[in-house]
Design a protein around this ligand. Sequence first.
Ligand code: DGJ
Length: 735
Amino acid sequence: MTAQLPEQTGPTQDAQAQGPHPVSERLQHLRAGGVSLMLAIRPDAPPAILYWGEDLGNLDDAQLASITAASAPRQTSNMPEDPILLTVLPENSRSWPGTPGIEGHRDGRAFSTKFATTSWRCDPDGLGGWACVCKAEDVDAELELAVDIELTAQGLAKLRARLTNTGNSPYQLQSLTLALPVPDLADELMDFGGHHLHERAPQRHEFTQGTHVREECRGRTGLDATLLVLAGEKGFDFGTGKIWGVHTAWSGNHRMLAERLPSGERILAGGEVLQPGEITLASDESYESPWLFASFGNGMDELSARFHEYLRTTHPLRRPRPVTGNSWEAVYFDHKLEPLVSLADAFAEVGVERFVLDDGWFSHRRDDHAGLGDWEVDREVWPDGLHPLVEHVRARGMEFGLWVEPEMINPDSDLARAHPDWIMGMPWRLPPESRHQQVLNLAIPEAYDHIHSRLDALIDEYQLTYLKWDHNRDLVEAGNRVTGRATVHAQTLAVYRLIDKLKADHPGLEIESCSSGGGRADLGILERTDRMWGSDCTDAHERQQIQRYTSLLVPPEMLGSHISASENHQTWRRLSLSMRAITAIFADLGVEWDVSKLSAAEREQLAEWIALYKHWRPLLHTGKAIRIDSPDPAFWVNGVVSQDRTRALFAIVPMGTSITAPPGMWRPRGLDPERSYRVEPLEISRSTVDKTPYQPLRWWGEGLTATGKTLAEHGLRIPDLPPDEPVLVSFEEES
Ligand code: DGJ
């Protein structure tokens, strides 16, 4: 069925194509944040993206029409007469032979769709971006589709679809995948792998013919999850090359993919991964996909900055992020009031602003074998509840936060003994335990209510302003043991509901998303929480890589990073305080270390680093993050430049020994090319270089003044630094 399309609404001078198009077709040119997104609306198809990339400027109708004319293919040998029409929901009925936008059926029938647009509108979103809704239907398949397409003020594209069954028979949905085209300039793919303690390891490949799928079926984002699938010009890096990237904003099973067809089409796509039978739409029921985010940039820093700025809009900083002191690597499960009071004193002395009591405070939780689900304070360890500790912490001027793991249950717990059916699994089998725990099915209303009321009561009793929300295992055979049906989708929504409710009922409550470290780090969770724990690996050398790539999506002020013991608990590597501190200050700083055992002099040194962080925190948490690949692989450089480009702080991090002697140059980017900057090593870093037996570099000793352009093009000599002994350099505009 075709329909006359209503006129579009909103500012339109860039919007309507004429000329070769029938009257009822429209080209809608969305422009925001330096990005153009060209939407083609046709009455006989779902919307299609004709162009996504660099802002094309203001285009009149004739110029817009030329976009379609310029790219329309002609039929060639052995191709269907209707050439491939790539829409945001690619359909086989439009000759698309690649990954389908929708897979589903009615007991085997209606297995393919052909949607036709019935109405659409595009409006300014009031924040400097655009919001479009396109409705379509397939009357034969008895399905309706509503696609939201947004271009945010930061230049991020967002796509989401809602599918409704308008027929009388149930419709079994297997997948819904949304897609954006990328041009044939994008020759190289980059995504990320990893594992526990080693999240976000980059991998690169050629964008060859076929499909590169990154699928996570772990019921959480995943420790090995790629947060982005990127396609870019060959050799793209942080500062150069056009890059397009997608991110699926979903904390359950999901995927992202890059696909190249022999006919030349290249797409980036993503959506939720549904388990068999998970979504069956009864008459009038709908399924809503997660948002698929898409970012374009000249260099990865620009692509990444769009995510940072977007999250800064949805999560405006109400106050400086408090420095966290976390008890985990200080005392683990060994909870006793006296040592924890001493820890709180020592935390306060070094400048910690929020004390977080980690795992081990609740019933039966003397180690990780028991207790999850029993969210009552353990009266044997805490005869007066947590009150004496909480009061002490507050008396020392710190806030108090508490660790919880609401979605988990130990078989050895009162909750599991009372409600074995609340554990996820198959009716006839339980999944293998992981860390001695199973998953609690929060899609069961009684289980949800129980956990909600326990968390609610704890927040009320201790006036908690912070929860560290952990999730320490993959979901395996995640089903409802009574109905026998898969339940990851429902679980993900239940967790979102629970967090949203707690936050709505307790204004000001902040939540840290943790999942065996960095296992839950998608925009589905990040849009409703305040911080994510980057990794269970607190080794600063390892953290350099983890943070460099996690921060492509997560802004520094939301990425938790802690200074821990010199001999690291995960890798046994010994690192200096400056390496540990310089790594952690470029994120949301915390301390996770028994600082009560340090000498007064050691505490003083730590306090100095925390004070330095507090001084730079306003810049670090609002500026533009820069990562630099210096030609010498031994030297990693990262920094933050203020939005007005008047100041910057950079770290030069020697990850190994230099390939040349003396080391070569580094070229700080992101400063204003025309302005002059005073360049100085930070006082705290001088001793690092002074310790080396060589003549100091001239610029190191005296500082220098240079323009942003000279610095970016000519650069500065890298100091000869021992491995893992980084330094900090400041840039201040000279007036
Ligand atoms: C895993 C987390 O990532 C750690 O920081 C700690 O909270 C433990 N869980 C506690 O069990």
